[in-house]
Design a protein around this ligand. Structure first.
Ligand code: TRP
Length: 329
């Protein structure tokens, strides 16, 4: 028996990670790394589903995403980094699982629908439509128990649970049925008023952004549009900056609420306060990242060694699965 339960979670390697990723998943990864044996997947195959024409971006993002994860405080002594394309058991399990998932189940997945609409896809590629199946293999090749993810991933984890249950029943395997771990905050909105922070929205504050860039985003943030003068009373419940104070500065929200609604605090000063809070969060991340950027071989070693370790575990598990499937002669 394993001594500790396992976490597997990961990120597509299509660019650097931002505050939305931090709030949705990275923060809980850091909090849980002692309690769980943690695997961080660098999802380069999943990145190909949308970025197959940009191999250079995927390549540099494998390193960026690893450094982002390290910068938030994941301890390389404790967590294992896994490059998805290097894990043969993920590829094999994906094929096996694909036999027991219907195309309709995939077509009705709300996250797939939203993403397809965002990317302007009408005729979906087989690989894109099927990425939740491959994600099921990501999670189960090492029998992960817990998957810390943002809420957009919930339909995928639900599907994973269905696939794994069905597979276990069919073949008598004992693959772990995973659970999602959602963050308390839910989805992080954009400071620009957009419902979501995202790269394609142009409103992302990256974990590696400089203080100047962070201030540019905060300075331009849309507040209470009806408060056209600082001496007018504000309405925090409609204000994006206030939402951020609630997420990143919970200790001061009551005070800010009072000062805003009594016009004691101007939007500009309120933004300055948020800017400081965000930079206090990001500064240690920038420092850790700078270390790894200057020691990129350490980062590459972590990916190579981690993938090797994960491959060994996956191969062993797959051997047992194939036995149960009666495909070994
Ligand atoms: N789909 C996830 C995202 O877009 C990334 C991902 C790939 C993932 N494989 C995973 C997340 C396995 C959790 C578990 O962010």
């Amino acid at each position: 028996m394993r001594s500790r339960r396992r976490i597997l979670t990961g990120d597509r390697t299509t660019g650097k990670l931002h505050l939305g990723h931090y709030v949705g998943s990275l923060k809980s990864r850091v909090e849980l790394q002692d309690e769980y044996e943690t695997f961080i997947l660098l999802a380069d195959v999943q990145a190909l589903t949308t970025h197959f024409e940009e191999p250079e971006l995927i390549n540099s993002s494998i390193l960026d995403v690893t450094m982002d994860n390290l910068s938030v405080g994941l301890d390389p002594e404790k967590v294992t980094f896994v490059q998805q394309s290097q894990i043969t058991s993920i590829a094999e399990l994906t094929v096996f699982y694909s036999m027991i998932v219907s195309v309709n189940q995939l077509r009705h997945n709300p996250t797939i629908k939203t993403e397809a609409a965002n990317y302007g896809y009408e005729d979906l590629s087989y690989g894109f439509l099927g990425y939740p199946v491959s994600q099921t293999a990501d999670i189960s090749f090492i029998n992960a128990d817990l998957v810390p993810v943002g809420e957009d991933q919930v339909p995928h984890i639900e599907l994973s649970r269905k696939i794994i249950r069905k597979f276990n029943k069919l073949y008598g395997t004992n693959i772990t049925v995973p659970r999602a771990k959602l963050s308390e905050v839910g989805r992080l909105a954009g400071l620009d008023g957009n419902a979501k922070m995202g790269k394609s929205m142009g409103n992302a504050i990256y974990l590696s952004d400089s203080p100047e860039v962070v201030w540019q985003h905060v300075r331009k943030a849309v507040t209470d549009t009806s408060r056209v003068h600082a001496h007018m009373e504000g309405h925090p419940e409609v204000c994006n900056v206030y939402k951020y104070h609630q997420v990143f500065n919970p200790g001061e929200t009551d005070e800010i609420h009072k000062e805003c609604t009594s016009a004691a605090l101007s939007c500009f000063a309120c933004k300055q306060r948020l800017n400081e809070v965000l930079n206090n969060l990001l500064e240690p991340m920038r420092e850790r990242r700078a270390y790894y950027e200057n020691n990129i071989d350490i980062v590459k070693d972590l990916i190579h060694e981690g993938s090797k370790k994960a491959n060994a575990i996956g191969n062993e598990n797959l051997e047992r699965i194939k036995e149960k499937m009666h495909i070994l002669i």
